[in-house]
Design a protein around this ligand. Structure first.
Ligand code: ADP
Length: 452
């Protein structure tokens, strides 16, 4: 195992990784922007290096600064967390060139999967079912032809996309041109790459993803699924495992296809393969996330496997202790608490957290970097905490989640806490038959979303 590792991230995920390092007896080095001087990850780390001003492009995204922080402190490895540089092949190469081990897949694997159109081609070769769409990048003219073949509604997607950016649902042929222009411009601004591809829009659909861990000795472990269909603007709000949508045969088919895909890609470390279940329940691949995900604790709670610890063990060259299918028991639910106002279309609401008392008690885990008196800076992600609960059955886990959220005291900023309670209480969620259209369909029926 390493003796010192750089954590190239901030917020709850930096804290999560520092905890795993300390439990392994490894020293943690944090990096921070001047906006995060008083942040929890800085306090918990053994050392912390300031890498620039608040703007992420000048700090957490600036490769030379992060590499210099690792080199000057004598780190052997870098854990990127999620977001920021976690799926950036240039960063992985910079680590390797500086003799640092990157805790994640090799640059070539990230390249193959980071381009979503290319990832689909790889998956096709591995025999994984895909959402019907264009083969690779498509011009507006090609999109027009493909849309007619696929049938409306269709979904325009950016090949470099992420975080729901560069995506547009198009219902009518006459809207294609303006949607293409807008989505491509958005992707160009966000990722420096405006290339687009087209998919059939699956409606209704459920988002179900498979977690995997691969070691450097040919070991592959699939850790079951996470159901992530409760979303706002194509972004996840509540995740659970297992998914009420899968039979054990369907689950095994998906896990086996992911295992094949990992072998085809030469995958290493943790990854997530995202699928949509169409109206007929059959899975179609949408993308690979070559990193730890926000919602990984859901899987940790049902499998008892510490994914971050396994990532570090794999990066240090160790073998997975279990391969095949991870054992699992019970039901886990994660609720993301965002500093956003659901009454104002989820507008980000940074500010001072005047009161912060997270829930306690059996079966409850809270991952956060926020504390009473903390300021949520406006420069980064709006997620401020994750409440994860586990119990033996889905009904018991829902009851535990509601109990936990009701205990959670947050004052000073608007959050998605009350909305999550409304969702968990709704008949549609409890019935388990919800889709990614849930929030749109529930408009006006969730009290905490009604405009004030
Ligand atoms: P991003 O990487 O930007 O988050 P994804 O490809 O993971 O984008 O898709 C995010 C969400 O967008 C999915 O969970 C789903 O709700 C929706 N989505 C993606 N592809 C389709 C599709 N073909 N049909 C319907 N919805 C889709």
């Amino acid at each position: 195992m390493f003796s010192r590792v750089l954590v190239a991230n901030r917020g709850e995920i930096a804290v999560r990784i520092i905890r795993a390092l300390h439990e392994l007896g490894v020293e943690a080095v944090a990096v921070y922007s001047t906006a995060d001087r008083d942040a929890l990850h800085v306090r918990l780390a053994d050392q912390a290096i300031c890498i620039g001003p608040p703007s992420a492009t000048e700090s957490y995204l600036r490769i030379p600064n992060v590499i210099a922080a690792a080199e000057t402190t004598g780190c052997e490895a870098v854990h990127p967390g999620y977001g920021f540089l976690s799926e950036n092949p240039a960063f992985v190469r910079a680590c390797v060139e500086s003799g640092l081990i990157f805790v994640g897949p090799p640059a070539e694997v990230i390249e193959k999967t980071g381009d979503k159109a290319r990832a689909k081609a790889e998956m096709r070769a591995a025999g994984v079912p895909l959402v019907p769409g264009t083969e690779g990048v498509a011009t507006l003219a090609e999109v027009r032809v493909a849309a007619v073949e696929l049938g409306f509604p269709v979904l325009l997607k950016a090949t470099a996309g992420g975080g729901g950016k560069g995506m547009r649902v198009v219902d009518r042929p006459e809207d294609l041109e303006s949607a293409y222009g807008a989505a491509s411009a958005e992707a160009e601004a966000a990722f420096g790459d405006g290339s687009m591809y087209l998919e059939k829009a699956l409606v209704p659909a459920r988002h179900v993803e498979i977690q995997v861990l691969c070691d450097g000795h040919g070991g592959v472990l699939t850790l079951g699924e996470r159901e992530c269909s409760i979303q706002r603007r194509h972004q996840k709000l509540i995740e659970e495992s297992p998914s009420a949508a899968l039979t054990s045969e369907a689950r095994e088919t998906m896990e086996a296809s992911v295992e094949r895909a990992c072998r085809q890609l030469g995958y290493l470390n943790a990854g997530t393969f995202e699928f949509l279940l169409g109206p007929d329940g059959s899975p179609s691949f949408i993308e690979v996330n070559c990193r730890l995900q926000v919602e990984h604790p859901v899987t940790e709670m049902v499998t008892g496997i510490d994914i971050v610890r396994e990532q570090l063990r794999i990066a240090a060259g160790e073998r997975l202790s279990v391969t095949g299918r991870a054992p699992r028991a019970g039901h886990a639910i994660e609720i993301r608490i965002n500093a956003e106002d659901p009454r104002r279309d989820f507008a980000p609401a940074p500010g001072l957290v005047s009161r912060f008392r997270p829930p306690l008690g059996p079966g409850v885990r809270v991952d956060t970097a926020v504390f009473e008196g903390a300021s949520i800076p406006p420069f980064y992600d709006s997620m401020i905490a994750k409440v994860i609960v586990r119990d033996d059955t889905r009904d018991a886990a829902i009851a535990r989640a509601i109990r936990s959220l009701e205990e959670f005291e947050i004052e000073g900023i608007p959050t998605t806490r009350d909305l999550a309670i409304d969702i968990l209480r709704s008949r549609e969620f409890r019935g388990g038959a919800y889709s990614t259209s849930y929030l749109a369909e529930m408009e006006g029926r969730l009290p905490s979303m009604v405009p004030a």
